[in-house]
Design a binder for this molecule. Structure first.
Ligand code: ZN
Length: 258
C-alpha cells in the first residue's frame, strides 16, 4: 500500500465512518478464518498471539459479545455501542483447539459458519463432537456456510436445495437447533443470490464480507462485516470494532443494491 492510500485507508475512511456510523443501527460484526501458531496469511490465517491481544482488548474494554442464538432478540441485534459479534468462516479445527478454552477464560462469545460437508470428514475442520461441546457451553453459536462451500455470485449450477436446506438440516440433526444465520463463501454474492436465500425462507440473517452498513430487507437482516487481517494494527482493529469502515462501500458504491 503506498503512503497516500495508507493515509486514506487508515485515517480518512474511518474518520468519515466515525462521523456517520450513527446511520448503522445494528451490531458491528468482525470475521476471522483459521487461527495459526506462527506467521499468518492475509485474512485467512490469523496468528494466535495477535488474536489473543485483540480478544484481551475486547475483554478489557468490557464489550459485550453474543452468540447467534442470542441474536433472535432484537435488542442484541441492535447493540451498536458496546457490543460486538465475533464470527469465523468455514469451521477450522483451530476454532476449537486454539481458542475455545481461551475465549471461555475471558468470558467472550463467538460464532462459526460451518462449511457443512467438511465437518467431521476433513481433519483440518471441526468434528461434530467438538461442535456439540462448543454449542452446549453456550459461548459458541453456529451458522451455515453452504454445504459444499460453493461460490454463489452466480446461481448457475448451484443446487439451492443442497446449499441452503440440506446444510441447515445437517446442522439441525447434530445440534438440535435450526441455524438462522448464513454466510456466503468467498464473500461472493449478488442481488440474485440474496433474493434466493430470502425466498427460501430458512435464514433470518445473511452475512457478507463487505464493508457495508447493515440493512433490513423484508425482515431478513443483511450484515456487512469487517475482516481482521493477519497483521492488523491495534489502531485499525479498534476502528473495525466500532464499524468505522462500514461506510466504505456506501461511499464507493453509492448505488449498490443488495
Ligand atoms: Zn469460507
Amino acid at each position: 500500500m503506498n503512503f497516500l492510500k495508507k493515509i486514506i485507508y487508515c485515517n480518512v475512511i474511518p474518520a468519515i465512518g466515525a462521523c456517520l456510523r450513527g446511520k448503522n443501527k445494528f451490531i458491528n460484526v468482525i470475521y476471522y478464518h483459521d487461527i495459526v501458531d506462527g506467521e499468518g496469511m492475509s485474512f485467512m490465517k490469523t496468528p494466535i498471539e495477535l488474536y489473543k491481544q485483540q480478544m484481551e482488548f475486547i475483554a478489557r474494554k468490557g464489550l459485550k459479545t453474543y452468540t447467534f442464538d442470542e441474536l433472535t432478540h432484537p435488542k442484541c441485534q441492535q447493540q451498536r455501542k458496546g457490543g460486538i459479534l465475533i464470527t469465523f468462516d468455514d469451521g477450522w479445527e483451530s476454532n476449537y483447539s486454539m481458542i475455545f478454552n481461551f475465549m471461555k477464560s475471558l468470558g467472550l462469545k463467538y460464532n462459526i459458519f460451518l462449511a457443512v460437508e467438511k465437518i467431521g470428514v476433513d481433519p483440518d475442520y471441526l468434528t461434530w463432537e467438538q461442535v456439540r461441546e462448543m454449542h452446549q457451553s453456550g459461548i459458541v453459536g453456529f451458522g451455515a456456510h453452504t454445504f459444499t462451500h460453493c461460490n454463489m455470485e452466480s446461481l448457475d449450477g448451484i443446487d439451492l436445495d443442497q446449499e441452503i436446506h440440506h446444510a441447515n438440516d445437517i446442522i439441525k440433526e447434530n445440534l438440535g437447533i435450526e441455524a438462522k444465520d448464513f454466510c456466503f463463501p468467498y464473500g461472493a454474492y449478488s442481488s440474485a443470490s440474496i433474493d434466493s436465500i430470502i425466498a427460501e425462507n430458512v435464514y433470518d440473517r445473511i452475512y457478507t464480507s463487505d464493508l457495508d452498513y447493515t440493512a433490513d430487507r423484508d425482515g431478513v437482516i443483511i450484515f456487512g462485516r469487517n475482516g481482521i487481517s493477519c497483521n492488523e494494527s491495534m489502531a485499525v482493529f479498534k476502528h473495525k470494532l466500532n464499524g468505522n469502515y462500514n461506510v466504505f462501500n456506501t461511499l464507493t458504491h453509492p448505488c449498490r443494491n443488495h
